[in-house]
Design a protein around this ligand. Structure first.
Ligand code: C2O
Length: 352
């Protein structure tokens, strides 16, 4: 037992789905005629993309995101860059479609373990570059949904317009703007009785707790180690449980059997809001390390375990080439040529 987790496209099989799933019911990517190529970093001379919050990036930029989604939706399903295949990538990595190379009886599941942040970072990296390519705008940057700061604590209105490609009919009809998000939302509990101001303050306390109080070690923030030969889902990190999971459930339609689309793994990538949501998660990974550096919290550092660093995932890039990317490849966002800007961390003052 031990070693990195490696996936192979040839071993992808049908997903293990919950009862009453909504089609499509198969998530494996198109086969590639050639072996995956190993990831290489973008040219260091490439300008840094600046990822900004949806609530402040401006209508013109949001119109670009909308157009990128429309262009991806217009590609044939056979194209690995289509929106259909993009959503399926997430499905395949969270439904046991992939099996561990060398241990075919064991699934690859990138949630509830130390792969949560790096898998989704790699996913967004390729997503952003595919969007930029289709838009013919090399510097295009993916906006993020900053539900952790008061200005971003609602469903972004651009996504609530039913004639937009950003709209998803499978969402909670009670959670349209200007309803304030509940970072602790649970289906079984439902709505609370907070005023908007109480909800905002509570959300800020939740952020402090998940980013600082309960996240003093890499395994607490990232999740537990998951190595070759081990069963999946060893344990999630703080932010993965909430606000990450809770915001998925808050967004999805609680009237659907599995809170589709956002509220369950297999369908979450079908909602165009998934990507700005995960972009905020990606930003919080950067924030957690920055807080550690500025406050001297020595546990706010990434793992150095080679089983983590050498684990790898498969994606198709903007040229439709199959690429193998490792955790090690995604640890430095400057090398990936992007950065975050446009919001502070007001929850740093919200110690519960
Ligand atoms: Cu892969 Cu937000 O889930």
């Amino acid at each position: 037992i031990g070693g990195p987790i490696v996936t192979n496209i040839q071993t992808c099989t049908k997903p293990k789905l919950p009862p009453n799933p909504i089609p499509p019911l198969y998530c494996c990517p198109p086969m590639s005629a050639s072996e995956p190529i190993n990831f290489t970093l973008p040219d260091p001379a490439e300008p840094l993309r600046v990822r900004r919050p949806v609530h402040a990036v401006g209508a013109e930029h949001m119109a670009k995101y909308e157009r990128a989604i429309a262009l991806m939706k217009a590609l044939p399903h056979s194209d690995p860059r289509s929106f259909y295949q993009t959503a399926n990538i997430h499905c395949a990595y969270c439904t046991g479609s992939y099996h561990q190379t060398g241990n075919p009886g064991l699934d690859v599941q990138i949630h509830f373990s130390w792969f949560f942040y790096p898998f989704h970072r790699a996913y967004l990296y390729f997503f952003e570059r595919i969007a930029a390519k289709l838009l013919e705008e090399p510097g295009f940057a993916l906006p993020f949904w900053s539900w952790d700061v008061p200005e971003g604590m609602q469903l972004p209105p651009e996504f609530a317009n039913s004639s937009s490609p950003l709209y998803d009919p499978l969402r909670n009809p009670r959670h349209v703007p200007p309803k304030i998000v509940d970072l602790e939302f649970a289906r079984q509990v439902g709505e609370n009785n907070f005023t908007d101001e109480q909800q905002i303050q509570q959300n800020l306390r939740v952020m402090y707790k998940q980013m600082i109080t309960n996240a003093a070690l890499p395994s607490l923030f990232h999740g537990q180690p998951f190595r070759a030969g081990e069963a999946d889902r060893p344990g999630a990190g703080t932010v993965e449980l909430f606000p990450h999971n809770t915001m998925h459930t808050w967004t999805g339609d609680v009237a659907e059997p599995n809170v589709e689309n956002m509220g369950i793994y297999y369908s979450a990538g079908r909602d165009p809001l998934f990507y700005p949501h995960h972009n905020n998660i990606d930003r919080l990974w950067v924030a957690w390390r920055d807080i550690g550096a500025s406050r001297g919290y020595r546990g706010h550092v990434d793992f150095t375990d080679p089983d983590w660093l050498d684990s790898s995932f498969l994606f198709y890039d903007e040229e439709a080439r199959l690429v193998r990317i490792t955790v090690r490849d995604v640890l430095d966002i400057e090398k990936l040529r992007y950065r975050f800007d446009g919001v502070d961390m007001p929850w740093l003052d919200a110690r519960p």
